[in-house]
Design a protein around this ligand. Sequence first.
Ligand SMILES: Cc1cc2nc3c(=O)[nH]c(=O)nc-3n(C[C@H](O)[C@H](O)[C@H](O)COP(=O)(O)OP(=O)(O)OC[C@H]3O[C@@H](n4cnc5c(N)ncnc54)[C@H](O)[C@@H]3O)c2cc1C
Length: 396
Amino acid sequence: MGNGTRDYDVTILGAGLVGLSLAASLARAGMRVAIVDRSNVNAAALSSSDEDWDARVYAVSPGSVAFLNSIGAWQRLREERLCAIESMEVRGDAGGELMFSAYELGERALAWIVENREIHAALVASVRDTPGIDVLAPRTPAGIAWSARAAELRFDGGDALSSRLIVGADGVRSWTREQGGMHHDPSPYSQTAVVANFASEQAHRGRAFQWFLHDGGVLAWLPLPGRRISMVWSAPEPLAHELLALDGSALAERVALAGTQALGALTTITAPLCFPLSLLRLPSVIAQRLALVGDAAHSVHPLAGQGVNLGFGDAAALSSILAGRGAIRDPGSSLLLHRYARRRLEPVFAMQGVTDGLVRLFGSRSPWIEVLRNRGMSLVGSLGPLKRLLAQPALR
Ligand SMILES: Cc1cc2nc3c(=O)[nH]c(=O)nc-3n(C[C@H](O)[C@H](O)[C@H](O)COP(=O)(O)OP(=O)(O)OC[C@H]3O[C@@H](n4cnc5c(N)ncnc54)[C@H](O)[C@@H]3O)c2cc1C
């Protein structure tokens, strides 16, 4: 733990998955980094038992796996806790269907399912093993004073640290974003994601499933090791409350029916958790000596499972730009920050466009739109090159 006033190249606020990955990547490029979180940061999760599964899981894309490998984090994950998505079946609300297969796309997996606490612990271990990083947690930041040469972060206790660049990685309701003068709130989707894990009667054989439902909700089943699945049900708020109030067996029955019993009967193995859903679009992700990454910079609907993948993309881009800064010695230089903002504009804009567009398309109650969206889905499914084009951003 660091203390007192110190100088850093980069200070990252927020030790979530994105902030941790950025810290490891910057320090490997020789930068002196501080990472600050208001909660404790520890790597205890790797001791979780075989029957104890985290209900919070991520679909990590092959592109993110390559980045996590480069910072020594992916290698730390236990193989028996990982599951490859080998194919995906997407169904519309009136007969539309679309199948993706890793084999057809020339990939080993469309994505890898990993539990939140496993990947968090792997990243913490990676940060702890990389020289040049001070972890300051739990610490509550109190204010930031910006100047032309540096930014000074002050803590509740009165001590402070100085750095050339501040990075906000503190989630969708980012305090750092506010401190940088960017006053933008996320727009709620009026849906809540209910997540829980289940044992399934039939083997999933590496298949993920997604159903666009009549009420505008989206139900996803993601394969876990063995005969287990993880559910993300993005449901209209009243339904989400109903699901959360069910006991384990009633919930399993409801989820199996909503998923057309595609894997036979289900048994609940974790208590359900819920996450409110929102869209955050910012006009800019940079300001003087400030860059935003991860959910602090953008949030997306989880239907494409891309939020943290976009965040890892931010971390990879920012660290490669700072590592390659050459004669520009100052990591907070506005030239570099503009380079970062430009590089992330297109992938983030495209992913938000696709996910938000799908939520609106399947949220419409017009019978014409219902026919069109389902026919469109089946048409895309029958056109191999178009399907490949649509899958590429998610794989990256
Ligand atoms: C139901 C659901 C399913 C999802 N599934 C997927 C998926 O399959 N694939 C995928 O790619 N994405 C998925 N996502 C998105 C993903 O969860 C987020 O994009 C990701 O967690 C964002 O990570 P982050 O590190 O940017 O922010 P966070 O995880 O929010 O971390 C922020 C960190 O900042 C700290 N912090 C906050 N405020 C302060 C402060 N003032 N000072 C200091 N520290 C602070 C917090 O303690 C925390 O550690 C899903 C999201 C939901 C809701």
